[in-house]
Design a protein around this ligand. Structure first.
Ligand SMILES: Cc1cc2nc3c(=O)[nH]c(=O)nc-3n(C[C@H](O)[C@H](O)[C@H](O)COP(=O)(O)OP(=O)(O)OC[C@H]3O[C@@H](n4cnc5c(N)ncnc54)[C@H](O)[C@@H]3O)c2cc1C
Length: 292
């Protein structure tokens, strides 16, 4: 296996143009190295991109927030702009593995690895994230809900690098959260992860917009439009939440794996959704601080 280190985005793009599918990008390496050591991947060339500083960091301008692909989970969980504008993402990033994983693992690596359990995917889906992918041919933008095609399968072409992720900040009268059920408190991927973003009317009473997304409930992280529609117009009453939970169960195909059976994952949904709705409504009304 060959190893090259890229210092700029231009360098990454030109290596990918030259080598194509034989090159594997190495950001924090917390997925790549595990998969390599397990024999699941056998890259011919590893391209180390971790030190390309222009691909890391958070920018806020013109009503959008841009997150560099190499931004680590630790930065996401601590960054004041992320905590104010996409608090569900900060909450999710703080639950990716343990401290060491958060210190080196990146948001771009989490998305491009496309695990069904990727923790940053649900909060980014509810924030209408759009991914910028760059190759020698130029840059294209792909909405996150069209990026995941299946387990470890994305719309990224082999000659493309993910450079940044643009998200829509939380509007006023809105609250969001990311709730994760795992076997242990730390170092464990999600059995179920649920992100919710609810917008309330000016009186803080009725839900005017609802966004929900899950991980570990299908071969890829998903938005839940049917369940969202059932919450809009409600006041978060138990009947509306129960109907939305039924819709989640009907429209997802939970995975069966060593961590949990599909039936157990389904059983978690009603309580998880009820708690997410309760938290979002309290946060939207200012009755409770966002995650901190
Ligand atoms: C102990 C442990 C615990 C973990 N716990 C969790 C958890 O709780 N939740 C969770 O979601 N994940 C977890 N993970 C998985 C992993 O840490 C995350 O997915 C992490 O975000 C991956 O980021 P990375 O920078 O290390 O990616 P890498 O391993 O460097 O790369 C992952 C994949 O993305 C590609 N890639 C990386 N950057 C780019 C880019 N900019 N453009 C195009 N392709 C790119 C790589 O080629 C590779 O295919 C855990 C891993 C470990 C080892």
């Amino acid at each position: 296996m060959d190893f090259r280190r890229a210092g700029t985005t231009d360098e990454i793009v030109s290596i990918l143009a030259e080598v194509g599918p034989d090159a594997t990008l190495l950001a924090g390496g917390t997925d790549v190295m595990v998969q390599y050591l397990r024999g699941e991947i056998a890259p011919k060339l590893l391209v180390h991109i971790e030190q390309v500083d222009e691909l890391a960091g958070v920018d806020e301008a013109d009503g959008r927030v841009d997150i560099g692909a190499l931004t680590t989970h630790l930065t996401l969980s601590e960054d004041p702009v992320i905590r104010r504008t996409v608090p569900g993402l900060a909450e999710a990033a703080s639950q990716v593995g343990g401290h060491q994983t958060q210190a080196v693992g990146t948001v771009g690596g989490n998305l491009c690895n496309a695990s069904p359990a990727a923790d940053t995917a649900p909060p980014l889906l509810v924030a209408d994230a759009e991914l910028r992918l760059r190759s020698a041919a130029g840059t294209r933008t792909v909405p996150l809900d069209r990026f995941f095609l299946g387990r470890r399968h994305t719309a990224r072409r082999p000659d493309e690098v993910l450079t940044s992720i643009a998200v829509r900040p939380l509007p006023s009268h809105a609250g969001e959260t990311y709730l994760k059920v795992g076997r242990r408190g730390a170092m464990e991927v999600a059995i179920v992860g649920l992100a919710a973003r609810l917008v309330l009317d000016d009186d803080g009473d009725v839900v005017t917009d609802a966004r929900l997304a899950v991980c570990s409930m299908a071969p890829r992280p998903l938005r839940l439009p049917d369940a969202e529609r059932l919450l809009v117009g409600s006041r978060g009453e138990p009947e509306a939440v129960a109907a939305a939970a039924d819709a989640v169960q009907e429209t997802t195909e939970p995975i069966d794996d060593a961590r949990a059976r599909a039936a157990y994952r389904r059983r978690l949904v009603p309580r998880l959704l009820a708690e997410a709705v309760r938290l979002c409504m309290r946060r939207a009304r200012g009755e409770e601080e966002s995650w901190s």
